[in-house]
Design a protein around this ligand. Sequence first.
Ligand SMILES: *Cc1c(COP(=O)(O)O)cnc(C)c1O
Length: 363
Amino acid sequence: MTGSTRGVTSDERGVLARYASFLPVTPATPRLSLQEGDTPLIAVPRLAAWVGVSELFVKFEGMNPTGSFKDRGMVVAVAKAVERGARTIMCASTGNTAASAAAYAARAGITAVVLLPRGKVAGAKVSQALAYGARAIALDTGFDAALDVARGLTARYMVELVNSVNPHRIAGQATAAYEICDILGDAPDVLALPVGNGGNISAYWAGFRRYREAGYTTSLPVILGGQAAGAAPLVLGHPVESPDTIASAIRIGRPASWETAVAAATESHGEFRAVTDAQILEAYREVARREGIFCEPSSAAGVAALRDSVAAGRTSADATCVCVCTGHGLKDAQFAPGLDDQAAPLPATVEAVAAALGLAERS
Ligand SMILES: *Cc1c(COP(=O)(O)O)cnc(C)c1O
């Protein structure tokens, strides 16, 4: 094939194609893909200085097709649902799961029903789910009760549950751990990430263990789970009745994957750390300003937790660390600075703008 300028089509990319041998893929599994996965692992030296470690990378999961890591697991869950003949999938969601389910249902030609806690989902995520053609139902409750309804419905009716309690979701999400190891050549010393339902931390831990068992790596990371202080059941050790935080993607009081999340933290010699909304928003701004990576506020909880852990002397400054930034900043930009906060408008002249900026004239 000389002189061909043809690239790789979507069927040959994505997590089902790339990590088929690590996934529950059979000849009957449709090769569904929106080219999810293969997200950047970015060396972030200026952020490392702020966090207080010598070597830090951001795994930017906002670069997935719908803007969050949920796509890795959703592609597997939807492909398996289609393989079994399902025509409708369902999830409860704080937003990103709904957007992802809606996209992969559209791609597979089936229907997605998403149950959303009313007034608690970032607007762009609702728009995404609706744009992909999902049937969206607002429920007058928080996420935890919405998940109870989704579980009840899917147990009784002909609809497939695609929340992260679906094991195919976890299997797909584990591919992010494989990618990190493939790039670094071994597992990092520390992996920090935000934790809501606990599905993702469980998936990473399963992925790192599986890769070591397969002989691709020699070590396992310490896993650090960041929870918002107002929604920190895994730090407190008991459910939180009315979880409260600006980080809407992790505003969860009863994590569905409680046991496996706790196992990931304890078996890896890691822990859960609570970080305040102020710490989360500070980390969110530093990630963007220092490195040009715009993630959503929830995504920065892992960065905030790592910095807190270093300051407390729990994480050594010479550890090689990876922070997972789970979703894209454009999804939940209400806490980003707006132009109106900056300054009053100027007259539209070269002189006025030059004076305001204090620019030096060309000689
Ligand atoms: C879903 C989500 C989380 C939390 O992941 P869990 O698997 O529920 O712990 C964190 N950040 C973002 C952006 C998410 O969409």
